[in-house]
Design a protein around this ligand. Structure first.
Ligand code: PGA
Length: 246
């Protein structure tokens, strides 16, 4: 059985004090049926880790660099994240790809580093509106998955979480229908089976894009959808609580 994972992606939101206030409100809502995660800004990681002590909610970061250390201004290393006790890291979010030059190649390097440090990578893939309208969404996602997971051995597959996030659904309020999400997520599972010549039934694949308390159940009813990567709604106390106990 794949345990669903609801991961809040706070993006560039919440000061340290705001993070403390928010975590105090949600930390008791973690439960054993769903893996709850908050992916917070770097500045909040240490404090949030302390505040989550005793909570079932796990801690995630929003980036990891592939080198151990050195002259990489603005980046963060696996060693730094591990020392804090980070459990998850988002890699290749479409905002990183669009605004910060992230490519499938850098996604792959970051992914390998996360696995080396035993920090679970959440690798994001998804097509733009233009790509969907041209009917090439499967092609786009296949390329991102294939290149992003290049040279990863099949026995590491179950340590990876994939998030399918169609760009047109992110922050737009326009969620993909559960059928659209299931179609691509089911396809991603097939692609993983092909690449790794292994059983991909254990890999967790989330949906992301305007997920909230009111649409999580319908998405989760689909056989291949194993949770959600949530932006906006993860910053709202009542929404995030609903998501954790969908
Ligand atoms: P959203 O963001 O839930 O605000 O659409 C999702 C994401 O970017 O991960």
């Amino acid at each position: 059985m794949r345990k669903p994972i609801i991961a809040g992606n706070w993006k560039m939101n919440m000061t340290v004090n705001e993070s403390i206030e928010f975590i105090e409100k949600i930390k008791d809502y973690g439960n054993d049926n769903v893996e709850g995660v908050v992916c917070v800004p770097f500045t909040s990681l240490l404090t949030v880790k302390e505040k989550l002590s005793g909570s079932k909610i796990k801690l995630g970061a929003q980036n990891i660099h592939w080198e151990e250390s050195g002259a990489f201004t603005g980046e963060i290393s696996g060693k730094m994240l591990k020392e804090i006790g980070v459990d998850y890291v988002i890699i290749g979010h479409s905002e990183r790809r669009k605004y910060f030059g992230e490519t499938d190649e850098t996604v792959n390097l970051r992914l390998k580093k996360a696995l080396e440090y035993k920090i679970t990578p959440i690798i994001c893939v998804g097509e733009s509106l233009e790509e969907r309208e041209s009917g090439i969404e499967k092609e786009v996602v296949k390329k991102q998955v294939t290149k992003g997971l290049k040279d990863i051995s099949a026995d590491r597959l179950e340590e990876i979480v994939v998030a399918y996030e169609p760009i047109w659904a992110i922050g737009t309020g326009k969620t993909a229908t559960s059928d659209q999400a299931q179609e691509i997520i089911g396809y991603i599972r097939e692609v993983l089976k092909d690449i790794f010549e292994a059983n991909a039934n254990t890999v967790r694949i989330q949906y992301g894009g305007s997920v909230k308390g009111s649409n999580i159940k319908e998405l989760m009813n689909k056989e291949d959808i194993d949770g959600a990567l949530v932006g906006g709604a993860s910053l709202i106390e009542d929404e995030f609580k609903q998501l954790l106990s969908f």
